[in-house]
Design a protein around this ligand. Structure first.
Ligand code: 5GP
Length: 416
């Protein structure tokens, strides 16, 4: 039985060769993970890729381990009130929740290493996208989505996140009867139950368009987002364009994204996550988006892309930056080379985020700590980064004011 499921998984994931096929097609016993959990993957998409660069990366980053950390430092990052604006639901599943899901699906023998990249380990971006496809096999019922949603929100709240914008790709799952609409309803039910439980966190939702789905699926998602924008009293705030950046072309999404914008949905677009996407990025910046996901190669040194930086600066479009994600998926080779430095030095609005806290085995407090340690930022500078993130949220100015008051109330005790 297990073998049959592995075969069908493999077929659905279209992994005829490579590390996943190797693992998925093991004829006996459960999956083994060493082929994936290697310190460095061989297909990094980062700048100056190749053996030498990867060797440099291997020596310069060994996971977010903090050397000579003063006592209480961890407490500071956890107590710091935080805003999380770039978190994909299925990438944010903790190992505790994954265990609960797997217990309900004993036939799916998926090992830990196929849903999470441990500390100090890396994969290629392509491998990360295969991981999401595996996770989607595990969360294929509306009750899974509801449980995941509640757990993820609780975990962000426990980490000191006061305002959270989660995003997720609505999915049809013919095998379980889940539809894109019931998927979103499950997400919203999760938000409702967390509110009822009195969690100290304000949660909003963005519907994601997966590039792999093409224009027709994108239009369908926009339509759904428009419906929920009108019926959820401010919980649904926008639309995200994500998915494998090598799939499709941004021009295919211009029309549905423009339609979404006209309907009042905010746009958060993954842009220039991999090199050589200047043409697509220029096109999508014309919309313009309300926030940019990653933007890793926006500032790459080629003269041709100088105008992209200018465009982003003119519009003061905030960038959502995710350090551990970029390091583990090897689009950035070491934390000190992260594009945070470039944009921060320009005084440009940036928001620190986790991206996929489950897959990348991190949380927002760790991301702040990694940022502070890498760029030698003081507690006051870290506080300001957290506070300024409030200006980048998609909720109303009334919510912004309330959050700012909350930050002011906490400031003295947190910075003490
Ligand atoms: P979901 O939308 O299923 O809740 O979360 C997983 C999905 O988010 C992935 O299948 C992928 O489409 C998207 N995603 C997660 N992390 C990234 C990332 O770093 N870059 C891009 N472009 N998409 C991502």
């Amino acid at each position: 039985m297990r073998y049959v499921i592995r075969q069908s998984l493999c077929k659905r994931l279209q992994v005829q060769e490579g590390p996943f096929a190797e693992l998925l097609l093991l004829g006996s016993g459960s999956f083994s993970q060493p082929a994936l959990d290697r310190p460095l993957a061989g297909t990094g998409a980062g700048p100056g890729g190749g053996a030498a660069a990867r060797a440099r990366a291997a020596s310069s980053w060994a996971g977010p381990a903090m050397a000579a950390e003063p006592p209480g430092a961890r407490g500071f990052y956890r107590q710091l009130p935080k805003v999380e604006l770039h978190a994909h639901l299925n990438g944010s599943i903790s190992s505790a929740t994954m265990k609960k899901l797997m217990a309900q699906k004993p036939d799916l023998q998926v090992p830990h290493g196929m849903t999470m990249i441990d500390k100090g380990k890396r994969r290629s971006l392509e491998e990360c996208f295969h991981m999401f496809q595996i996770i989607h096999q595990i969360t294929n019922r509306t009750e899974d989505i509801l449980m995941v949603m509640k757990d993820v929100v609780q975990e962000f709240a426990a980490d000191g996140v006061k305002y959270l914008e989660l995003r997720s790709t609505p999915r049809d799952e013919p095998t379980t009867g889940m539809t894109k609409r019931t998927y979103v309803e499950a997400v919203l039910e999760g938000v409702r139950q967390c509110k009822e439980d009195g969690l100290d966190i304000d949660v909003r939702f963005l519907l994601s368009v997966d590039r792999r789905g093409g224009q027709i699926a994108a239009k369908e998602t926009v339509k759904l987002a428009e419906d929920f924008l009108l019926s959820t009293d401010g919980v649904v705030v926008g639309l995200d364009l994500s998915g494998n950046p090598s799939a499709g072309h941004g021009k295919d999404f211009l029309e549905p994204l423009l339609e979404a914008k006209k309907a009042g949905l905010k746009l958060a677009l993954h842009l220039s996550e991999i090199p050589n996407q200047e043409e697509e990025t220029r096109l999508l910046l014309g919309l313009p988006p309300d926030r940019i996901g990653h933007g890793t190669f926006l500032h790459s040194s080629s003269l041709a892309s100088g105008d992209l930086v200018q465009l982003v600066r003119q519009n003061r479009t905030p960038l959502e930056l995710c350090l551990t994600s970029n390091l583990k998926s090897q689009t950035v080779l070491s934390s000190d080379q992260h594009h945070f430095g470039f944009w921060y030095n320009l005084g440009h609005p940036i928001v620190l985020c986790t991206d996929d806290k489950g897959v990348f085995a991190t949380d927002l407090s760790q991301e702040y700590q990694l940022l502070a340690d890498t760029f030698r930022l003081s507690k006051v500078q870290i506080w300001e980064i957290s506070y300024n993130a409030i200006n980048c949220i998609f909720a109303s100015s009334h919510t912004k004011t309330k959050l700012k008051e909350q930050w002011h109330q906490l400031k003295t005790s947190v910075l003490e």
